[in-house]
Design a binder for this molecule. Structure first.
Ligand SMILES: *[C@@H]1O[C@H](CO)[C@@H](O)[C@H](O)[C@H]1NC(C)=O
Ligand SMILES: *[C@@H]1O[C@H](CO)[C@@H](O)[C@H](O)[C@H]1NC(C)=O
Ligand SMILES: *[C@@H]1O[C@H](CO)[C@@H](O)[C@H](O)[C@H]1NC(C)=O
Length: 468
């Protein structure tokens, strides 16, 4: 039966050979064009999905009755009101507090350094999520070192790898910048310059810090020469046009200056997991070896095991100086710390993966969004999804921050290792312990409270603890 059918079909087409070929060619041509068209359409569609609708901003008033509203409680973006489309979800972002009573309001966002326990959107409704964005130094606000406070948040973007949108690499431009020889000065040239320059450079202008870094450098400088250009322990002058640290932190001239030194002292102003700044990435980028103190797990993110010399591996500043002087006289040993530049090699897969996964860019990287946009979209997607679930009466997804999304340790004088009456940081940290408790007590009442209420509560707690 099938055979017969085939034969008949063939016969029909075989009658005119030339014609059959033309028809076949025509059909094949159409099929190929059709598939090409589909592929092109797909590519365009994917691109649209990847690029445009994922992040699309437009102005207007929120008229849609089912549109989630997200309020920046601590004004931060200067955005008085705009729609942001994130993938298939859209939210209305605003810093206008009047929307607090709008039934569509689903989240409040806080910028960490501006978060005040006396200025909160209270009483908090069960549908009010809180989001925390904080990439700055933990010394700016010790409240986030308290579990009670971190548990108030549902969504986080902090320097900690455990946060919802980790900002650990906020100062690392790209993997390529680590291997690029743009600023790199070869060892022989550094030896030549070393007849004038010290082996170490120090460029810090924030001199009273929880990490007490200056006291360590002071001690270190007794055993090895340090050129210090910043306001702290200054012994060398920067050219006038480079002297504002905020403006020149990532400038070409500063990079060139630092690249001439064999070692850069890279001490963070506060110690916390994954709080890693340009102090580390700048020397790694220019090809000088960082002498690092800061994040206790920094080795997780170094390009190669020996890419930084870690202060905590040395018993004392004197021992560290002895090691540096040894490297100073042994080029091969010194260069083992520079494999990312000399061999263009990054062996740390964790770092490679983390940077490849990073959605956002820095230094006005036009090919990527910045981390503020990414955080807004993360919150938008989550609350919009929950809003939809709420409207069809299904249970919401849970989002809950923990201490590990921030949680920095109490600052102690790790370098001096003695009582330091000049250092007020531990005291500030202790104060935050009581403030966190006062916040919890007052919020449990389920009403708004005044700053007088708050400070009275802190005093009560302090007095009670003194009695105990
Ligand atoms: C809370 O109370 C303070 C002072 O009583 C007031 O200024 C503020 O607007 C109130 N906040 C809210 C969210 O109601
Ligand atoms: C947000 O956090 C609060 C406080 O921990 C919690 O009560 C609420 O259920 C959380 N919301 C979601 C959507 O998980
Ligand atoms: C600082 O000193 C304390 C107490 O000696 C120690 O527990 C902690 O690990 C030290 N921190 C760092 C980052 O070295």
């Amino acid at each position: 039966m099938i055979r017969k059918l085939c034969e008949r079909l063939l016969r029909c087409c075989c009658r005119k050979r030339g014609f059959r070929y033309k028809v076949a060619l025509f059909i094949v041509g159409i099929v190929i064009t059709f598939y090409l068209f589909i592929i092109i359409l797909n590519v365009i569609e994917n691109n649209l999905e990847e690029e445009q609708p994922i992040f699309h901003v437009y102005q207007g008033e929120p008229k849609d009755e089912k549109l989630p509203i997200i309020i920046w409680w601590t004004p931060f973006t200067g955005d008085t009101g705009s729609f942001k489309q994130c993938g298939q979800h859209t939210c209305y972002f605003t810093d206008q507090r009047k929307y607090i009573s709008d039934s569509r309001t689903r989240a409040f966002l806080f910028y960490g350094s501006d978060f005040k326990p006396t200025d909160l959107p209270l009483p908090r409704s069960p549908s009010h999520d809180w989001g925390l964005l904080h990439e700055e130094s933990p010394k700016n606000n010790f409240l986030f070192s308290m579990e009670k406070v971190m548990q108030l948040f549902n969504h986080t973007a902090t320097f900690r790898r455990e946060s919802d949108l980790p900002l650990t690499f906020q100062y690392l431009e790209s993997l390529e910048s680590l291997t690029s020889k743009k600023y790199f000065v070869p060892t022989t040239e550094k030896n030549e310059k070393g007849k004038i320059l010290a082996p170490l450079v120090y460029l810090h202008s924030d001199c009273n810090t929880p990490s007490e870094r200056d006291s360590y450098v002071e001690e270190l400088a007794k055993y090895i020469r340090v050129d210090s250009y910043g306001k702290c322990l200054q012994n060398k002058q920067l050219p006038a046009h480079l002297s504002d640290p905020m403006k020149t932190m990532v400038s070409h001239e500063i990079f060139s200056l630092l690249s001439q030194y064999k070692f850069n002292i890279a001490f963070e102003n506060a110690v916390c997991q994954d709080y890693i700044t340009e102090k580390l990435w700048r020397p790694l980028t220019v090809g000088s070896v960082p002498i690092y103190f800061g994040s206790p797990r920094v080795e997780d993110w170094l390009p190669n095991l020996q890419s930084a010399i870690l202060v905590r591996n040395f018993e004392s500043p004197k021992k560290l100086a002895e090691y540096l002087l040894k490297l100073q006289a042994d080029d091969a040993a010194y260069e083992q710390h520079l494999e990312h530049k000399i061999r263009g090699q990054i062996s740390n897969k964790k770092l490679i993966d983390a940077m490849n996964d990073r959605e956002w860019g820095i230094n006005n990287d036009q090919s990527k969004k910045n981390f503020i946009d990414c955080f807004e979209c993360l919150v938008c997607k989550r609350v919009a999804e929950n809003y939809k679930r709420e409207l069809r009466n299904s249970s919401p997804l849970k989002f809950q921050a923990t201490l590990h999304h921030y949680g920095c340790p109490k600052p102690v004088g790790n370098f001096t290792l003695k009582e330091d009456s000049q250092n007020w940081w531990p005291e500030l940290y202790d104060k935050a312990v009581y403030e966190a408790q006062a916040m919890e007590n007052l919020m449990q009442r389920g009403t708004n409270y005044t700053s007088t209420d708050f400070y009275q509560e802190v005093i009560n707690l302090l007095e009670n603890s003194a009695v105990r």
